[in-house]
Design a protein around this ligand. Structure first.
Ligand SMILES: [Zn+2]
Length: 245
């Protein structure tokens, strides 16, 4: 049985491979995350090599190989948006999170759709908020969402009160159970922000006000939680921190 396929793909990551080739990781509409080699992709005249840039949407034809798949052909569907520096830095977070939280060849069309919409919305709205919303939605779709309704220690439903967030335990901790170091403040406002961002409609985004303190609190909790899930820091999130974005 052949595992060759043709599908729409969003380029997550590209790197040089050997002397003349490129290696790409993409997220496809029907085949989940895929990786392949583009033979000759580093030659200036190689069209596929030129098209394979992060954030680009392509239709790719991939041939299954013994060890690794290879690109047979590709067509441009959507040029990457003309991102400014900040938008690009946040787009890199969205693509890296997608790469980290998905499995090879596990079809998740809703993740493809979410990423495509996120890359469009980044241009229109505050990219920091769009990507935070994207991260929450992605974790939900991939089964990694933190528990935010009930205390992860005692299971008690949380009242309308300021509580704590444990990145290690993967969710909120009530005031009775709070004692460990490493738990982050998690106010009622932050929980409401989280709920709003999880529901944000990317095609028709409603407007709501965001308080800086709550945004910081949610980002801190979520990015620390992601660090515990991935076991290694993400380059794109480190980059945001370095640049003060
Ligand atoms: Zn508790």
């Amino acid at each position: 049985m052949s595992n060759d396929f043709r599908d729409d793909a969003i380029v997550l990551h590209v790197k040089n491979w050997q002397t003349a080739d490129k290696y790409a990781v993409c997220f496809t509409r029907e085949h989940g995350k895929v990786r392949f080699i583009v033979y000759g992709g580093r030659y200036p005249k190689n069209v596929a090599g030129r098209l394979l840039q992060p954030f680009t949407q392509l239709n790719v034809e991939v041939i299954a190989g013994q060890r690794i798949d290879k690109l047979k052909s590709c067509e441009l569907l959507q040029m990457p948006q003309a991102f400014d520096f900040k938008q690009m830095a946040y787009a890199a977070v969205a693509t890296e999170l997608t790469a980290v939280f998905t499995e090879d060849h596990q079809a998740q069309p809703e993740v493809y759709q979410l990423l495509a919409e996120c890359l469009l919305l980044l241009k229109e709205r505050n990219p920091r908020i769009v990507v935070l919303s994207f991260a929450l939605k992605l974790l939900e779709l991939t089964g990694f969402a933190p528990q935010v309704e009930a205390c992860v220690v005692c299971g008690k439903e949380l009242a309308e009160e300021d509580v704590w967030f444990s990145p290690l335990q993967g969710g909120v901790v009530c005031n009775d159970c709070h004692n460990a170091t490493g738990e982050e403040k998690f106010s009622i406002g932050t929980r409401k922000l989280l709920a709003n961002l999880k529901e944000l409609d990317f095609q028709n985004p409603q407007s709501f006000s965001v308080k800086g303190g709550e945004l910081m609190e949610l980002e801190t909790a979520l990015y620390k939680f992601i660090l515990f899930q991935t076991d290694k820091p993400l380059n794109s999130i480190n980059f945001l921190a370095q640049m003060g974005l």
